[in-house]
Design a protein around this ligand. Structure first.
Ligand SMILES: [Zn+2]
Length: 150
């Protein structure tokens, strides 16, 4: 949820430029410097918003609420913001990831858009597989633990 929140914050500036009809679409928010600042903001706000969101949708209960650790929130927001800059820099020539050091975009065109989409799809599938494998393993270990302690 913090990762997803970070993606929304990252693309507010491009949305604003599109609505206004002028400006640099992938401006400061799509630099590594901007991404670091957004990571801090997304971590600080996303942790609490996600915990509230989990309560609202009924996943987290008032008696034993789900708490998102600061480490998880920070890793999620950092990975979310930095990877956003890397992928957008590969996809959009106007991204200046290393602003203010230099304005070139050495990542532009490193991968074709088609290859980038495939990379995202396959990494999502691998990530889903790892997630469900870990869930299965944790559930199995808990069943073994419960069986020995009954
Ligand atoms: Zn973006």
């Amino acid at each position: 949820m913090v990762f997803g929140w970070t993606q929304i914050i990252m693309d507010l500036q491009p949305l604003w430029v599109m609505v206004q009809g002028h400006g640099h679409i992938h401006g400061f928010t799509h630099t590594f410097l901007g991404a670091c600042l957004i990571a801090v903001f997304s971590c600080l706000t996303g942790k609490y918003l996600s915990e509230i969101g989990l309560r609202v949708i009924g996943v987290s209960k008032a008696i034993n609420p789900i708490r998102i650790s600061w480490n998880i929130a920070m890793v999620s927001s950092c990975v979310g913001s930095v990877s956003h800059v890397v992928f957008d820099a590969m996809m959009h020539a106007d991204v200046e990831p290393f602003f203010p050091i230099f304005m070139d975009n050495p990542l532009s065109g490193v991968l074709s858009v088609s290859s980038l989409h495939k990379l995202c799809l396959y990494s999502g599938l691998v990530g889903s597989g790892v997630f469900y494998a870990v869930q299965w393993r944790l559930k199995r270990n808990k069943m073994i633990y419960d069986k020995h302690n009954d």
